[in-house]
Structures are given as structure tokens and as C-alpha cells.
Design a protein around this ligand. Structure first.
Ligand code: ATP
Ligand code: LTN
Length: 325
């Protein structure tokens, strides 16, 4: 049987090159080999306050981004999370077997809740359970994500194993797929921190919809570390990050990149990185514009139906095991 993939991104803020290189690029690469489900997780988005009209628009815009990145609706199932109500239903069920202690250990809650648990939303706290439900509903084998989601994947596996142990074999236990390079693209301004949608400083991120001028300026102003050579070097996070971006966008091997920039300085390197980024983004942005709302709905509606057929089967089995039905 073909193995299954599930992944998703939140329709919040603007997607950046980190989201693309850490996740979307791999979704596209894996869709031939696996039966793939790529979800727009709008129920996750409301863990932080959203403007309703903006959220509605961002949901469809994210579908455009998936398609422009190369997710092929002929091969992969693309759908909106809220179109499959089983996600919320399984999340409730799993919340009854999850433990406070294991959620308290989630570092993303500590970051996004800004360390103030008293004021943080309960949804922000329990969000990893909804993520586990997303994954487990589809009897997923593999979950391609960036490094920041690794801990949530471990929780998903723990919940699946606990349920299987207590109620009998019900869920497939998924494996994370975290790429060797690109799993944590760093901010251009603070290379010790990951590039993030929620970063207030837009200069740190290259957004997938940034124009050529903005991209070139951001790269020119990217911080650099001491040392002058253009090399992969974990001890020099700034150049390591920029060179990783260059490498992944141009699909070159490490040695090729290093040889290419041997003897060149930061100025020449940054100019080439800016050019490569702009060259990547131009056709990407052209593709984003190709999909009108009608086309999107013609992809998302059958996507949701296909997803729902599988999700409802899993949920029915869960309810049966629990004595709910
Ligand atoms: P952010 O932290 O930027 O707000 P997110 O993780 O909330 O992003 P999503 O759009 O839901 O945003 O993430 C989609 C995917 O992008 C996830 O698999 C996540 O691991 C990955 N990702 C996010 N930031 C990076 C990064 N800086 N480098 C690599 N992958 C990333
Ligand atoms: N939590 C993830 C988005 C997400 C996800 C998922 C990723 C929600 N459900 C299921 C993979 C599988 C994030 O915030 N980046």
C-alpha cells in the first residue's frame, strides 16, 4: 500500500522562505512517492486573535501558495481543515487522554504565550492536540515539517501509542520528516533565531510575496558574522544560513556552492544570493496570480470530500473503541 503523508500550514501572516524551504519544498518532492494530504489549518490560526475577513482571505491565499509551490491537486489532496469537522472532534477525544504535564513542556506554547500562562488562550495551550488529531485521522506514515514542529510530532506519537495501548490498535504511529538542510532557516537580522511569520521585524524574513527590490534590500542588510570566507560553518550562523538559502534555492550541492564562492567576498555573494532569490520568486509569484477563487474552490471542495471519507472512518473507529457509539 502507498504510504501516506500529512502536513499543513497556518493561514496567518505571510509565508516566508523558511516555510518554503523547511516544509513546502519537501511536500512537493514527496508527493510522487506518497499519497499526500496538505491541509490549510485555519482552526489552528484562531489560537491567536485574527481579523475574520483577513483570516477568510488568508485561507484561500494559502491554497494559492501551495499550488504555486508545486503541490499538484491531481496527485495530492489539498483541503481546508474546517471543511472536515472530524479534526475538531478527534481533538476533543485526544484531549481526554493527553496530560497537562506533556503540554506544559511544549516550547512553542512558552514562546507564543510569551511566558504568561495566566493570560494565554487555552487553545494556544491545547493546540498540539489538534495537530495530533490532524495527523492521526489520516493514518499518516510521514509528516514533513520544519525543526520547530519536532516536539509536536513526538507528542502525536505518544498520544497514538497511548490510545493504541489502552483501547487496542487504532492509529498508525507517524514519523517526522525533517530535512537535513533548511529545517530551521534563521532570521536575516538575528541569525540565532528562526525566521518567523510572527517576528515584528519584517527585515528578518524574506516573504514569498516580497517584490524584487525589497528582497534585494533585505539581503544586502542581512547581518554577517566575523570572518570573510563564504563557507558552511555552524560556528558562523549568519553566513551558514545565507549560504543554505542559496544552496536550496539553486538546488546545488554544498561543495559546488563553496567552490563557486571561493575567493569572493560578502558583497559578491549577497548580490548573487539576491539574484537567485528574485529569480526563484518571480515565476512563483506569477503562478500565485493564476488561481482565481472559483478554480480554488473546484480543488478544495473535492479535496475536503476525499479527506472526509478517510477522517470519518478513523473517527468512527475511535468512537467504537471508546464506547461512544
Ligand atoms: P512562524 O513560526 O513563522 O510563525 P509557523 O510554524 O507558525 O511559522 P506555519 O505556516 O504553520 O507557521 O508553518 C508551516 C511549516 O513551516 C511548518 O512545517 C514549520 O515547521 C515550517 N517552518 C516555519 N518556520 C520555519 C523556518 N524558519 N525554517 C524552516 N521551516 C520553518
Ligand atoms: N503546527 C504547525 C501547523 C500544523 C501541522 C499540522 C503541521 C498544524 N497541523 C499537522 C504538520 C501536520 C505549525 O504551526 N507550523
Amino acid at each position: 500500500m502507498t504510504k501516506r503523508i500529512f502536513s499543513g500550514a497556518q493561514p496567518t501572516g505571510q509565508l516566508h522562505i523558511g516555510n518554503y524551504l523547511g516544509a513546502l519544498k519537501n511536500w512537493v518532492a514527496l508527493q510522487d512517492e506518497y499519497e499526500a494530504f496538505y491541509c490549510i489549518v485555519n482552526l489552528h490560526a484562531i489560537t491567536l486573535p485574527q481579523e475574520p475577513a483577513a483570516l477568510r482571505k488568508a485561507t484561500l491565499d494559502l491554497a494559492r501558495i501551495y499550488l504555486a509551490a508545486g503541490v499538484d491537486p491531481e496527485r495530492s489532496t489539498i483541503f481546508i481543515q474546517s471543511d472536515v469537522p472530524e479534526h475538531a472532534e478527534l481533538a476533543w477525544t485526544l484531549s481526554c487522554i493527553a496530560r497537562m504535564g506533556e503540554l506544559e513542556r511544549m516550547t512553542q506554547f512558552k514562546d507564543k504565550g510569551k511566558g504568561n500562562a495566566e493570560r494565554a488562550g487555552v487553545g494556544l495551550f491545547t493546540y498540539p492536540i489538534l495537530m495530533a488529531a490532524d495527523i492521526l485521522l489520516y493514518q499518516t506514515d510521514l509528516v514533513p515539517v520544519g525543526q520547530d514542529q519536532k516536539q509536536h510530532l513526538e507528542l502525536t506519537r505518544d498520544l497514538a501509542e497511548r490510545f493504541n495501548r489502552d483501547y487496542g490498535e487504532t492509529f498508525r504511529v507517524p514519523e517526522p520528516y525533517i530535512p537535513q538542510a533548511g529545517a530551521s532557516i534563521k532570521s536575516l537580522q538575528e541569525p540565532e533565531r528562526k525566521m518567523s511569520k510572527s517576528d515584528e521585524n519584517a527585515a528578518g524574513s524574506i516573504f514569498l510575496l516580497d517584490d524584487a527590490d525589497t528582497v534585494t534590500k533585505k539581503i544586502k542588510r542581512a547581518v554577517t558574522d566575523s570572518g570573510t570566507t563564504i563557507e558552511f560553518d555552524e560556528t558562523r550562523p549568519a553566513i551558514n544560513n545565507l549560504l543554505t538559502i542559496y544552496r536550496l534555492l539553486t538546488n546545488k550541492r554544498e561543495e559546488e556552492c563553496v567552490a563557486h564562492f571561493a575567493g569572493k567576498g560578502y558583497g559578491a555573494f549577497k548580490a548573487e544570493l539576491a539574484e537567485a532569490t528574485v529569480e526563484f520568486l518571480r515565476p512563483f509569484q506569477e503562478r500565485v496570480k493564476q488561481y482565481d477563487d472559483e478554480t480554488l474552490l473546484a480543488i478544495l471542495k473535492p479535496g475536503a470530500e476525499k479527506a472526509r471519507a478517510i477522517a470519518s472512518e478513523t473517527l468512527a473507529n475511535v468512537y467504537l473503541k471508546l464506547g461512544i457509539k
